[in-house]
Design a protein around this ligand. Structure first.
Ligand code: CA
Length: 283
């Protein structure tokens, strides 16, 4: 297959909920999918069965299970035009095993050469994460329609264990372009105006100031400062503040915060539903 899509790592989160039917999905059946490896009870077809609770998983049994790259291949009976895909990680009890963090895309179209991606979408490796039908999918959007006889996801890195596995709860290909290719059509929750290359500082009163843009703001959206590995809700934030109507959040004064690496997380409406996050260095 021709290499089409070089390795990327997911780095960005947005949260605009949308109906999955908007995207003109390519219908798939189990005879169209194959993988270079699978665990006995997690076959390739579980990645396209539209059930978020079943998964394809690379084989992990035995003394020497296979390492990356794992190949997950979709083959069409007739040439299809696709514009992107969405990937859902496994949903079972927070297990990260096999969640794909780096990958390449290979295609077979009989003719296509190098891919060309939208700089705005893919600058700095940004891939959108969006909520579809209540599940957070990772979106990869091409800036052109591509004709494919065969589409192959080649994994390069993953979470969990020794980092050699891959798993997919749901994989969906898109066949239309409406709303997908223009980044301005993606309502995004994000942090803005963090000065000095993601460093933030306390103001004269020792407050931490964050500025956000929100797709669907509520009066009780809030920003929390956490340690980088913290899970909001499992542990308290180090400091927090509500987002004002102008997008500014002033986090509690806490003179005891040590300088170092943290993460600012935008959370929705008095809940722990995460809308966006950004790593910060407190100086
Ligand atoms: Ca599934």
């Amino acid at each position: 297959m021709d290499p089409f899509y070089n390795e990327y790592t997911y780095v960005s989160i947005s949260n605009d909920d949308c109906a999955i039917t908007e995207y003109g999905l390519a219908e798939l059946n189990e005879n169209q999918v194959a993988a270079s490896t699978n665990y006995s009870t997690d076959p390739p077809k579980s990645a396209i069965d539209r059930n978020p609770n079943t998964i394809w998983h690379s084989d992990w049994a035995g003394a020497d299970p296979p390492n990356h790259p794992h190949l997950f291949t979709i083959t069409f009976d007739t040439t299809q035009t696709i514009t992107g895909f969405a990937y859902l990680t496994r949903q079972d009890d927070g297990w990260p095993n096999g969640n794909i963090t780096g990958f390449s895309i290979n295609i077979d179209d009989g003719a296509h050469g190098e891919g060309n991606f939208n700089d705005k979408l893919y600058d700095n490796g940004i891939i959108y994460e969006k909520t579809l039908n209540g599940y957070k999918y990772k979106f990869v959007v091409f800036n052109e329609q591509i004709n494919v006889n065969s589409f192959q996801l080649e994994t390069n890195s993953s979470l969990g264990g020794s980092g050699i596995w891959a798993s997919i709860a749901d994989l969906r290909l898109f066949t239309n372009t409406d709303g997908l290719q223009d980044p301005s059509n993606v309502l995004e929750n994000k942090f803005v105006n963090l000065p000095n290359e993601k460093k933030t500082d306390r103001d004269s009163s020792n407050y931490i100031i964050a500025k956000v843009e929100r797709a669907n703001p509520t009066a009780n959206d809030w920003v929390g400062l956490y340690n980088t590995s913290d899970v909001p809700g499992n542990v308290d934030s180090i400091a927090w503040g509500y987002v004002s109507s102008d997008g500014t959040a002033t986090l509690d004064s806490n003179p005891n915060i040590s300088g170092g690496e943290y993460v600012l997380i935008l959370l929705q409406d008095n809940s722990y539903t995460e809308l966006a996050r950004i790593p910060v260095t407190i100086v």
